[in-house]
Every structure is written in C-alpha cells, then in structure tokens.
Design a protein around this ligand. Structure first.
Ligand SMILES: [Zn+2]
Length: 251
C-alpha cells in the first residue's frame, strides 16, 4: 500500500511497507521516550515553556499563515527581525519544540525557509528535497510533525527557476534517462511535466506544487483525516527569486 498517490518508481511495495513500518516504530519510540514537545517533560524549565508559548502553541492554521506572511513581508522589505536566534532562545528551546508551521521546500540554496519567512529557532519544521517532491521518507517527517508536534499548517513551497523542474522537463520531453539517482527526482516530477505540455517551466513548477498539496491532503492514514477535521491545513506557495515575495497557489 502506498501512503501517497505518487511514489518514486523503483521503490517496491515491500520497501514502501518497510519504510512505513519503520516510521511508525520511530513515532512510537519517540512517544514512549517523551521526546515530543506536545507533552513537555517535567524537567522542562519555565523559560522553555515560555519559549514554546511564544512559538506555535495553540496557533490556528490562519494565525500561522499570518505569522508567515508577516515574516515574508519583512524579508521582502529588508525589515528583518531575525527572531528567536539569540542565546536565550536557543537555551529555552533545548527542552522541546513546538513549531507553528511545516515547510516542504526545495533544497535550492536560495530558498531557505527560515530566511525567506524571517523566522528563527523552533519556528518552522522544515523538510527539504530538490523539487519539493513527496515520498515516503519525507511523508514520515510530515506525519511526525502533525501527530506529535501538532503543527497546524503545512506549506508546499515551490520557486521560480527551479533546477529540478528544468532537469525533469528536459529528461522527460527528450525521453532520456538521468544519471544515477537523479532519475528518481525526474520520475517524481514527471506528472507535473506531462500535465503542462507546451507551457513554461514556471507552469510545471506550479503544477507540481498543486499536485503535492493534493497528495498530502489525501494521504492516508494520518493526514487526510486531520485535514478533514480542520486540525491541519495544507497550502501551496511559490517563491519569486527576484522580489523575495511568496504567493499562495493552492488555498
Ligand atoms: Zn528548486
């Protein structure tokens, strides 16, 4: 059984099942160890609790979006606050985390989520992979953040001039085969390429964001029910390299 409707070719069903089992075991282990910030250990200091309150504790998805939007506006205008990056914040967060949003973003060096949203330690739970694709490994990370850290908002963040998108378009349209493990990224991006014939790379990138958003919203057994109940929202967004602005694609 696949956890998402797009898995990487070459990943057998047995490997997929094994991956899910391992992820489930990991979640159970973390829960037993009391490592999740949703149930802070008694040893946490008052300052740690205050730091958690200052971050994502109790935020709704709408409030989380407002916080991201405000941070991106600061980044665009150059009015950066660099929040939660001082030694006190670092120490206060040592006992636990409660990030207010999860970002599934591209590995591109120009699109660091904490930078473009002007956030700091403990604010964002970040999963990065070239082309911001979804696979079982990063889905396990996303489920952990939703189940154990109670993150209310997931943002799939694509960006202009994405090298992974450009490579996938070239390989797919020329019926070629990429070197090494790059082919796995090409295969993950293939549906977006095939959905945008004759269109530009930005259209392919945005199609991929929308497809990943749809895959996460429909992902069983964890995310779909949380999306239906309103416990978590999944949105798509697009980053402009020149302006620094992030616009919402899939609401
Ligand atoms: Zn990229």
């Amino acid at each position: 059984m696949c956890a998402v409707d797009r898995t990487l070719p070459g990943v057998t069903s047995r490997a997929t099942t094994r991956g899910l089992s391992a992820a489930t075991a990991l979640l159970a282990l973390l829960a037993v160890l009391g490592a999740c910030a949703g149930a802070p250990a008694a040893a946490h200091t008052a300052s740690a609790a205050q730091a958690q309150d200052a971050h994502g504790s109790g935020l709704t998805a709408a409030q989380a979006r407002e916080r991201l939007d405000a941070g991106n506006l600061r980044f665009v205008s150059g009015q950066l606050q660099h929040p939660h990056q001082d030694p006190d914040s670092r120490g206060a967060l040592a006992g636990g985390q409660q990030p207010f949003a999860l970002i599934l973003g591209c590995s591109d060096s120009r699109v660091g989520p904490e930078l473009v949203y002007d956030q700091g330690l403990g604010d964002l739970f970040v999963v990065r992979v070239a082309g911001n694709v979804v696979n079982d490994e990063n889905l396990g990370s996303i489920e952990y953040a939703v189940e154990h850290l109670h993150v209310p908002l997931i943002v799939v963040l694509g960006h202009r001039r994405c090298g992974a998108i450009a490579a996938a378009r070239e390989v797919v349209t020329s019926h070629a085969h990429a070197e090494g493990h790059l082919q796995s990224l090409v295969d993950a991006l293939r549906p977006a390429v095939e959905a945008t014939p004759g269109q530009d790379a930005e259209s392919t990138c945005q199609a991929n964001v929308r497809e990943v958003v749809a895959a996460l919203r429909a992902s069983e057994p964890v995310l779909a029910s949380r999306v239906r109940s309103g416990a978590v929202a999944v949105i798509g967004a697009y980053y402009d390299l020149e302006t620094g602005a992030i616009s919402v694609l899939a609401d």
